[in-house]
Design a protein around this ligand. Structure first.
Ligand code: NAD
Length: 294
């Protein structure tokens, strides 16, 4: 048996096209385009690449992209002041402060300062609370994207067979693991959250119809653990060195091993990654519509 490859690139392109159509309608009704402003503090090269691609995708969707690049020694007070300015700016619908922040800044305090209505990363405690309560709010982008891919594998969002499925989420971060578990719980899956202290991870994975791995350890989920036919979603992005001195991106799942047993599987790259930015654009449009009362 060989798994069906879930094409995150194609699904993300479809979502981005949907957002672009929604943006055009928003402009026609409200006379302005939705705006997303990204704030980067410091010069971490990976974060700079993410911020650049978010800006490009924002413009391609027809939205207004704002960008602030602040020095690494920016004080917490200065960053909070910028967040307050963006909160008050009617042209800004979405605010994203790129994590991680330098250590002199308390990221929890910064996240809590963002207007929850503009919190397109979905990390504000109000949005976290809405998600856990099963109410409408802004949901973190990576788990949202995973959920769209799982829904597709399970036969579409309506009448999906996720209800009652056994799901194992590996990783309990506030960015991925915890919101992923909440989304799957809201979709009536029976969810286990595994983490660094979990005993017998292999045993948990072996009974899962849905496996989501968000750990950051290359190939840590072995192919032989996977239940035949399971839907396997690999969030991990790990750069590994090859014998020839080059590097390659791999996920947290032993891809070849899992491919032989799973029903569906996401590749790395080209699986979850492209969905994250597409969901960020979708969140920005959603925030703009909500703020406009549409
Ligand atoms: P994190 O470091 O905040 O969390 C990692 C989690 O893994 C922790 O909850 C920890 O308990 C768990 N863990 C660590 N060792 C474990 C073990 N041996 N067994 C089981 N669980 C273990 O990371 P994160 O922000 O959640 O990101 C996880 C991975 O996903 C990283 O590789 C990151 O680069 C990637 N990521 C990808 C996207 C995307 O768009 N594709 C977005 C966010 C994160």
């Amino acid at each position: 048996m060989s798994a069906v490859l879930i094409d995150g690139k194609a699904r993300a392109a479809a979502l981005r096209a949907e957002v672009a159509t929604g943006v055009a309608a928003f402009v026609a009704t409200h006379g302005r385009a939705p705006g997303l402003t990204v704030v980067l503090v410091g010069d971490d090269p990976a974060s700079a690449v993410y911020v650049g691609s978010k800006g490009k995708a924002t413009r391609e969707a027809g939205m207004i992209s704002g960008e602030y690049r602040l020095p690494a020694d920016t004080s917490e007070a200065d960053l909070l002041a910028l967040v307050a300015t963006l909160n008050a700016d009617p042209a800004v619908d979405g605010i994203l402060v790129q994590m991680p922040l330098p250590k002199q800044i308390d990221s929890d305090r910064v996240i809590a300062a963002i207007d929850p209505a503009k919190d397109v990363d979905g990390l504000h405690p109000i949005n976290t609370g809405l998600l856990v309560s099963g109410r409408d709010g802004l949901v973190p982008c990576t788990p949202s994207g995973c959920m769209l891919l799982i829904n597709e594998a399970f036969g579409g969002s309506s009448g999906s067979n996720i209800a009652g499925a056994e799901a194992v989420v590996i990783g309990r971060s506030i960015l991925v693991g915890k919101p992923m578990a909440a989304l799957l719980t809201n979709a009536s899956a029976t969810v286990t959250v595994a983490h660094s202290r979990t005993r017998d991870l292999a045993g948990h994975v072996a009974r899962a119809d849905i496996v989501v791995a968000a750990v950051g350890i290359p190939g840590m989920v072995k192919g032989e653990w996977i239940k035949p036919g399971a839907c396997v979603i690999d969030v991990g992005i790990n750069r590994i060195a090859l014998p020839d001195g080059k590097t390659r991106l791999v996920g947290d799942i032993d891809f070849e091993g899992a491919m032989a047993r799973a029903g569906w599987i996401t590749p790395v790259p080209g699986g979850v990654g492209p969905m994250t930015i597409a969901c960020l654009l979708a969140n920005t449009l959603k925030a703009a519509r909500a703020r406009a009362g549409a």
